[in-house]
Design a protein around this ligand. Sequence first.
Ligand code: NAD
Length: 335
Amino acid sequence: MRTITLIPGDGIGPEIISAALEVIKATGVQIEWEYQEAGLAAIEKFKDPLPKHVLESIQRNKIVLKGPLTTPVGSGFRSVNVAIRKEFDLYVNLRPVKSFQGIPSIWHDVDLIIFRENTEEFYSGIEHYIDSIKSAAEAIGIVTRFSSERISRYAFEYARTHKRKKVTIVHKANILKYTSGLFLEVGQQISKEYPDIETNDKIIDNFSMQLVMNPHQFDVVVTTNMFGDILSDLSAGLVGGLGMAPGANIGKEIAMFEAVHGSAPDIAGKNIANPSAIILASAMMLRHLGELDAAIRIEIAVAKTIAEGKKGTRDINPDNPITTDQMAEAIIKNM
Ligand code: NAD
């Protein structure tokens, strides 16, 4: 039996994770869960948002299923999500954006994959006030050839193996001539090794507008850390919101699966959060583990449940909402 590190997270984390565990159990795949606390829960218990024993558990099990973790805004501890990605060099953030039939959304038939560089640039946490009276602050965003190369290669390789047709490199190389410029230059170099895949590039502002106006023109997108973060929420908004957006953080030997969304404190504890994103992230995890049949069963069941109508949480079915638990039950029934 495989052991997987499970971090339920906080806010809506425990509710959606418990729904995902029920769905995974229904696939019949045998998994032993090693529960770990991080973030707010770990501060209360261990006075450390990311205790050593949690890192050891991840290192040992190599696979993590994680609920969202709150990061205080402005002050307080640094993001535990970012810390885990950096600690284990989970350099690929893979975020699929897919339309589901039956969800009220701006666009239908969207099927796009965003690859976000996950370890550097403005998320490196290299920032400080320039003086003691905080008259100004400075952040350093480092972009390396090495990291740009490996994320670009991963995106092109994925495009080839998944029969995708086009990769769009998203950047701001007109203004950030060195950092974004390097990312673009490397991406274009890598693209030469993939003549079977069409490549183009777009400046982030124009890309954002075109994505909203006509998302169907894009297929695979590769971009730097902050642009990738913002674009994945924007793309989720095109297909019905964050409740439907799963993600994977992948390194050489360790991978962590989670929803794109955060801890949603505004709806936490009410049993109304949409569990689909974390359930779809669980399917991505099973796929990664080679449990293809189980992964496909989950993906089809989620799609079927939503397509039936009247079987969604408030965010996707505002007129006749069901609870988080009821949605998990409906998905299991459709498996
Ligand atoms: P959020 O993603 O938590 O919520 C944004 C909006 O989407 C809210 O209105 C929320 O109710 C809604 N929403 C999110 N998930 C939903 C779901 N499953 N079902 C229905 N509605 C859902 O963003 P935020 O409010 O800006 O951030 C809250 C906290 O989460 C912050 O501390 C932030 O740092 C953290 N965060 C964590 C992660 C992560 O753990 N990977 C990612 C993003 C944000």
